[in-house]
Write a protein that binds this ligand. Sequence first.
Ligand code: G4P
Length: 294
Amino acid sequence: QTINWYPGHMKKTKELIQSHLKLVDVVVELLDARIPESSRNPQIAELTKGKPRIVCMNKYDLADPKVTSLWKRHFEEEGASVELLDAVHGDGIDRLMRQIVDRMKEKRAKYLEKGRNPGPVRVMIVGIPNVGKSSLINKLVGKSATKTGNRPGVTRGKQWIRIRDDIELFDTPGILWPKIDSREVGLNLAMTGAIKDDILNIEDMAYELLRRMELHYAEALTARYGVEVDPTAPTIELMDAIALRRGCRRGGGEIDYDKVSRILLDEFRKGLIGRLSLEWPDDFIERRGAVDED
Ligand code: G4P
């Protein structure tokens, strides 16, 4: 299943990001820690041309910590700076700010040597829809508000906000588009709620989710739904068992697949089944090299 992004929109986004980038020192690239590859825009390097970039694996609170560590190492081996984040609860925010300042340390030292004031480090947040950009901006700005006192009259929208003595944040995030070049990527984005539910069939999504979970997270399924998981048995049998446990039946007694699918997706997205990842660096297919034309 392919989703075609409106090319005009992509072009505009690109121009917007590129025009603001001129003033940016450090780019913070947000990924969804559960699907780091699918939630990544493969053109990011080209778009942010040579700017120092910090890769943030957001929604870390929902992702499998072990798998996230593998991803962190994977990205670090590629030369990236990586931070784990929970933008809603603010976990990792202080570490991120330290990394931001660290990335500019040498440059700032050179300025100071010459007796020039380096000014604050200017930061822009970029990422695909729903990855947590606004949540992160709110947390960063909220932090500054409690630290330095609220500044009434400061309205949001296309401006730099001082979030620390030495950091300024562009309050409008750069919205990137995901590259949906396979059914797998489309499913990953849909399962995590990055793209709307009506794009893919909800029962297909839940079935696929269950297929992944039975392979990697059988214990979590047993704990949540009280079902035995046999990865060699057809996945549909597992779905039926969960449906029965949750009373998902129609009047005639047949299984209500729509209902059980919604329950599975909803509980997965809320992290109720556990901290689960949907992508491993090992299955990672080299997509990043491919740069599409608009
Ligand atoms: P965006 O600006 O990049 O589009 O994303 P936004 O901050 O609006 O976040 C999208 C959803 O993801 C929000 O859920 C938000 O609370 C949630 N979210 C963001 N960061 C994290 C995180 O680190 N951990 C967890 N658990 N959730 C996170 P929402 O308000 O419920 O929106 P929706 O799901 O109803 O769209």
